[in-house]
Ligand binder design. Structure first.
Ligand code: OGA
Ligand code: NI
Length: 356
């Protein structure tokens, strides 16, 4: 039976992770990887690196040039093989990205009591805290998160948006606007790369697509050989835009049965697809499994932005991607967030359950 911890358990757990990190104490066994998992250290630098894509070449006006066409081909190849790429040429200044990192750092550096003002509600998904604990044998992740919904704008829960540091809200709002524009360009380019009409995916996201920000804080951990920052998962989103830590690596992507290190390119984004794009593309594009490893020497901070279709909208494989050679792989689904959560509670893989 799934059991949720009460508010006091969550608070004490929240405190102890930070304390363990500061004191360099050995984490308790709830954080240890299961025996049969691939160890964090068992990972590689890819010989064929994760593609780097200049997204300034993917806007509608650039696509008619030869360079634009080549970049579009690269995009398609990246998404069918890796399901992710490093994005440069995104037009957001390095100084602004550093500011996003700075407010994230300042927030996580606040005293525990101050951060707990923005605590996640026990059964909610927004706010500050550790992961929800849904079963007793769940392996715990070594991180704190601050999750906030940015769009639709009328669904923002401002009481959970930090007022400290005082620029936090303003920076997040501006960052969200900038990243949304990039996501929209990418989602259109993805359709074009498959010779589809450019709105084929974006119309499924809808006018009121959901955008969520997640600030991840990975404290130092005394047992990086046994403890993960985030266990293997694929994102439930349509598309994810991740700002990695500027100096500390940690993200790894699974491909051909191996874990590959995603190098840090300081002002690039790591863009990966989520399950809902794998469904909409009828399995042509990949929603990659990824994980985050811990580090005994340095803490790490990342900021992920997720965009997913309106919950009430039914999504499914685009007609133009279904034929005799490639029959429909997935059924239509609605409210993938809830579906994903149910699957997680049952211990089944959501993408598998969505298969026909
Ligand atoms: C996530 C995630 C990666 C990272 O938040 O879903 O995969 O590098 N984060 O923090
Ligand atoms: Ni993820």
């Amino acid at each position: 039976m799934a059991r949720s911890l009460g508010a006091t358990d969550v608070v004490s757990l929240a405190k102890s992770l930070q304390e363990m990190s500061m004191n360099g104490t050995e984490p308790p066994p709830q954080y240890f990887l299961k025996e049969n998992s691939i160890k964090p250290t068992d990972s590689f630098l890819p010989s064929d690196p994760i593609p780097i894509i200049d997204i300034s070449l993917l806007s509608s006006s650039s696509l008619s040039s030869k360079e634009g066409e080549d970049e579009l081909e690269k995009l398609k190849s990246a998404l069918t093989s890796w399901g992710c790429f490093q994005a440069i040429g995104h037009g957001i200044s390095s100084s602004f990205l550093d500011k996003v990192r700075k407010v994230a750092n300042q927030f996580f550096a606040l005293p525990v009591e101050e951060k707990l003002k923005y605590s996640r509600e026990v059964d909610g998904s927004e706010g500050y805290g550790n992961d929800r604990i849904l079963s007793e044998n769940q392996v715990l992740d070594w991180l704190y998160r601050l999750s906030l919904r940015l769009r639709p704008v009328d669904q923002r829960k401002l009481q959970l948006w930090p007022e400290n540091p005082n620029e936090f809200r303003e920076v997040l709002d501006e960052y969200g606007t900038k990243v949304k524009i990039i996501m929209d360009v990418l989602i259109k380019a993805m359709a074009k790369s498959l010779n589809l009409e450019e709105n084929s995916f974006s119309s499924q996201f809808g006018e009121r697509s959901v955008m969520q920000a997640r600030f991840n804080f990975y404290p130092r951990c005394a047992r990086p050989d046994l403890v993960l920052g985030v266990k293997p998962h694929s994102d439930r989103s349509g598309i994810t835009v991740l700002l990695q830590d500027k100096e500390v690596e940690g993200l790894q992507v699974f491909k051909n049965d191996k874990w590959f290190i995603v190098s840090v390119i300081p002002h690039a984004f790591v863009v990966n697809l989520g399950d809902q794009m794998q469904i909409m593309s009828n399995g042509i594009f990949k929603s990659p499994m990824h994980r985050v490893v811990t580090n005994s020497e340095r803490m790490r901070i990342s900021v992920a932005m997720f965009n997913e279709p309106e919950p009430d909208k039914e999504i499914g494989p685009v007609d133009g991607l279904i034929d005799e050679k490639r029959p429909r792989l997935y059924r239509n689904v609605k409210n993938y967030a809830a579906f994903n959560f149910e699957c997680f509670q049952k211990g089944v893989v959501p993408l598998e359950s969505a298969k026909i």
